[in-house]
Design a protein around this ligand. Structure first.
Ligand SMILES: Cc1ncc(COP(=O)(O)O)c(C=O)c1O
Length: 423
């Protein structure tokens, strides 16, 4: 029954029962963690073959010894693999070290002097970025680090609210970028639809100079469904419109092989890539080509990657199913929460009634269940509704996941009942 239909008496009875459950959890001295959006050990084990795969063979077809210095753009074989992954041309790709986040940070650092030229003479003006929300906290941390002002735009089911995005960009040429996680987005799991991709490909036409779309396709192959979402190719569409210089695509094997020891990719129009390569050359002589070669040998091609991702899915699907089952069993039909049903990616996004997320998270923390901090999915850590909670089901064991979720649903109901009774 909907909580709004309960009498005060019924709410009080419910409060007593939920408080008793909460106290029972406290007695259990739990120590659980739902914050870590990382692969479980069994998922990492799927790629153990990487270790030793080269077996002493370090030479590329062209005679390059991957153990030595050089080659900032990456080895040709890895660039080709990354090009298939990002659906771009090989000469548009750089293969870097173990983190796409590092490449995003570096790309922005490299663009800042160009963008900041427009600030000369205007004392309080700032470079700005559009941030679809809820989104990935580390994108926002990069903006904060560089003092880039962040403008929230709601992420709808098919992508960012493009009416708002376009209106903002038209008004302000100092908006120099937009963050996008276009497939199985973190944390909602949404995939941008074709119409949204088309409109994003045209943003450069209404934006100021050097507008940059950071297309972070971190979950491109991370399906949780037999009918994977299909994302339209932004680079191809931007090329059709003559706007390819606005596109920077990113991806990595962090959640395909080893999260801490994979390879990361960046794709950009060749002139942009050349400028970025020059920028990088001040800080690096070449990325880890041995690891690039190991990945080429192990992942081989798109078909092998797809087969490998099925093994990941077999491990994590039960965890997503369990999470959705517990949420639905305890919260469905009560009018007190809504949550995403992701078809891929790493997260489930849960919304409480406005104003309650931080309280739910505190209640859970007080009895040993760690949830992602309230506001983490919003710029500056500020969720204007204080309602979003990001659930990361992949890392815990099934048992600890179940326990942690049982605590979460009790804390959520308790916070909601308390609010109803205090009104
Ligand atoms: C959207 C998104 N982009 C990037 C990353 C990090 O990628 P990498 O390990 O390649 O730095 C994550 C990790 O959670 C992510 O969710």
């Amino acid at each position: 029954m909907e909580f709004t239909q309960l009498s005060r008496e019924q709410l009080r009875t419910l409060q007593i029962s939920l408080s008793a459950q909460y106290e029972a959890f406290r007695q259990a001295n739990l120590n659980l963690d739902l914050t870590r959006g990382k692969p479980a050990p069994a998922q990492l084990d799927l790629s153990n073959e990487l270790d030793g795969i080269l077996d002493g063979f370090y030479l590329l077809q062209d005679g390059t010894d991957v153990r030595n210095y050089g080659g900032i753009l990456g080895i040709p074989e890895a660039r080709q693999l990354a090009a298939t992954f990002l659906e771009v041309d090989t000469d548009e790709v750089l293969v870097g070290g173990n983190s796409s986040l590092t490449l995003m940070f570096a790309y922005i650092d490299h663009m800042l002097p160009v963008w900041r030229q427009e600030l000369v003479g205007s004392k309080d003006a700032k470079i700005k970025f559009i941030c679809p929300v809820p989104g990935y906290d580390r994108h926002f941390t990069i903006c904060e680090h560089f003092d880039i002002e962040m403008l929230n735009v709601p992420l709808l089911d098919g992508g960012p609210d493009m009416d708002q995005v376009e209106a903002l960009i038209k008004q302000d040429p100092l908006i120099k970028g937009i963050w996008c996680v276009p497939k199985y987005s973190n944390p909602t799991g949404h995939t941008y639809n074709d119409a949204v991709v088309d409109r994003i490909a045209r943003l450069a036409e209404i934006a100021g100079e050097h507008f940059t779309i950071l297309w972070d396709n971190a979950y491109a192959v991370h399906h949780l469904s037999d009918t994977p979402d299909v994302l339209k190719n932004l680079m191809a569409e931007a090329k059709r419109q003559g706007n390819e210089r606005s596109v920077v695509m990113l991806g990595s094997t962090s959640k395909i092989t080893f999260a801490g020891a994979g390879i990361a990719f960046l794709a950009a129009e060749p002139n942009n890539l050349k400028a970025f390569e020059k920028y990088l050359s001040a800080s690096v002589i070449g990325f880890d080509k041995v690891n690039q070669l190991r990945h080429v040998r192990f992942l081989k091609d798109a078909e092998h990657i797809a087969a490998h991702m099925v093994k990941h899915r077999n491990i994590i699907q039960p965890k997503f199913d369990l999470t959705l089952q517990i949420l639905s069993e305890h919260l469905q039909g009560k009018g007190i929460a809504s949550w995403s049903q992701p078809r891929g990616g790493y997260f489930i996004s849960l919304d409480t009634l406005p104003g309650l997320a931080s309280e739910v998270i505190q209640h859970a923390a007080a009895i040993g269940v760690k949830l992602t901090p309230a506001g983490a999915t919003f710029p500056y850590g500020l969720d204007p509704q204080n309602s979003n909670i990001r659930i990361a089901p992949t890392f815990p064991t099934m048992d600890s996941l179940q326990r942690a979720l049982e605590v979460l649903v009790v804390c959520l109901q308790l916070a909601t009942v308390n609010q109803f009774l205090s009104d």
